[in-house]
Design a protein around this ligand. Structure first.
Ligand code: CAA
Length: 417
């Protein structure tokens, strides 16, 4: 990639190194076991990769969203499960970066950067998925403390994580200041892990229900120290995190394409390698073009966020939906190229397809991403109307026997020579 700078390439190479030496050889084992891969987490921590996105002043690597995406892409190319096991730490810690107090940043970010503490993000509930504002877990003020009661669903990293960013209702009567975020530590009395999900893909990372029964937290654990800003913190976090899921999709698509290239060169039918047949070549060419288009969009959206450019949230949604739809298509086509073998568990490719599916669903379904893009387009329309409206003829409903309308229409017609 000619436009990557030295810092970008440094993170990319470090990640590639861990991905090929540690992640790829262990991917199948942890997929089968459905267990958290602590040895991989250790390798990521030793390579300094767990703090890429955390500023240097808080003990991190000082990289941006683009650096984070480059790392996620390389890891996901080897294993989509490890890709999310890694990037969920960014999702969990972005709220601290977006809305945390200076004390909260100083206390937690250095520990997250070294891998001493793992973190999870608790927004979704059984009845609050896409409609995140409708969440019910409640937090009631009790002197200088808050008491949390309720449940969360789909907590990725749950059980492995030491710290949980928990979104709760602090003012049920408010429309725009209803929700606040709290930093809850594992081991806090009343906080427990509920159902552990048995998943189609991303099997090495736990996804669980988290249960809060009279969980007492101090005001110091309220994100930013002010109640009512939780939804803004959640949305700001998702803007930053969505290119990461897009990068997970990109890595999965790239990894599946590479397996398909190698297998189609080796597999012989009708006396020739199948990659000499035009139908397979067309598939490979389409897959590679789609992967490259996704890559450009992921890198551009990450750069827009790093540069705080207008429209960066819209770009993040575009990247997430395009790259993860590409992941689903390319991994499915890769299974097709492997034929019957591709459907079997002793070949590596079916796992890519299983891991890809969830990327279209979590951190905002791709339907929600389209909603975000469309809402932005509607907002942008006003300025365009001023420029273009005059060039679009207006349809006039002519009333039968309505002389006034006919005269107005005639007057508006261009003169005929
Ligand atoms: N940044 C900051 N603030 C924002 C914002 C943004 N990007 N988008 C909206 N807001 C603010 C608005 O300004 C508004 O503020 P006011 O009330 O002060 O005016 C407020 O948030 C509400 O905005 P909307 O009316 O637009 O919100 P909505 O209810 O219509 O929802 C939505 C919009 C885009 C659908 C949103 O609910 C959403 O993103 N839903 C999907 C949730 C999601 O991604 N969940 C995944 C959880 S993580 C996960 O998947 C698990 C995992 O571990 C991997």
């Amino acid at each position: 990639m000619p436009f990557l700078n030295d810092q970008n390439r440094m993170w990319q190479e470090k990640a590639r190194n861990v991905a090929e030496k540690v992640v790829r050889p262990l991917a199948r084992k942890y997929d089968e076991l459905q267990e958290y891969p602590w040895e991989i987490k250790q390798a990521l921590a030793e390579a300094g990769l767990l703090g890429v996105w955390i500023p240097k002043e808080y003990g991190g690597g000082g990289g941006g969203v683009l650096d984070l995406c480059l790392v996620i892409e390389q890891i996901s190319r080897a294993c989509g499960g490890v890709g999310v096991m890694y990037c969920v730490n960014a999702l969990g810690s972005f709220p601290i970066l977006v809305g945390g107090s200076e004390e909260q940043k100083k206390h937690w970010l250095p520990k997250i950067a070294t891998g001493e503490k793992l973190i999870a993000f608790c927004l979704s509930e059984k009845f609050a998925g896409s409609d995140a504002q409708s969440l019910r877990l409640g937090a009631k003020a009790d002197g200088a403390s808050w008491v949390l009661n309720g449940e969360k669903k789909w907590t990725t990293n749950g059980g492995a994580a030491d710290l949980y960013t928990v979104f709760a209702v602090t003012d049920a009567n408010s429309k725009s200041r209803r929700i606040s975020a709290f930093l809850v530590e594992k081991g806090t009395p009343g906080f427990s892990i509920g159902k552990i999900e048995d998943k189609m893909g991303i099997r090495c990372v736990p996804v669980v229900e988290t249960v809060f029964q009279d969980v007492k937290v101090e005001t110091a654990q309220l994100l930013g120290g002010q109640p009512g800003f939780g939804f803004h913190h959640a949305m700001g976090t998702l803007d930053l995190a969505r290119p990461g899921v897009a990068a997970q999709g990109l890595g999965l698509a790239q990894g599946a394409l590479e397996y398909a290239m190698v297998y189609s060169a080796r597999r012989q039918q009708f006396g020739s390698p199948v990659n000499s047949f035009q139908m397979i070549q067309q598939m490979l060419a389409d897959m590679a073009s789609q992967v490259e288009a996704a890559r450009q969009l992921v890198y551009a959206s990450a750069t827009s966020l790093d540069r705080k450019l207008p429209g960066a949230g819209k770009m993040a949604a575009m990247a997430k939906l395009y790259a993860t739809d590409t992941a689903m298509k390319v991994t499915t086509d890769a299974v097709q190229i492997f034929g019957g073998y591709g459907y079997m568990k002793d070949y590596p490719i079916e796992k890519y397809m299983r891991d890809a599916k969830i990327t279209q669903i979590y951190e905002g379904t791709n339907q929600v991403q389209r909603l975000v893009v469309a809402r932005n387009l509607v907002k942008e329309t006003n300025a365009l109307t001023q420029l273009l409206d005059a060039y679009i003829p207006r349809e006039v409903q002519v009333g039968y026997n309505d002389p006034a309308t006919l005269a107005a229409q005639k007057a508006a017609e261009p003169a005929r020579s």
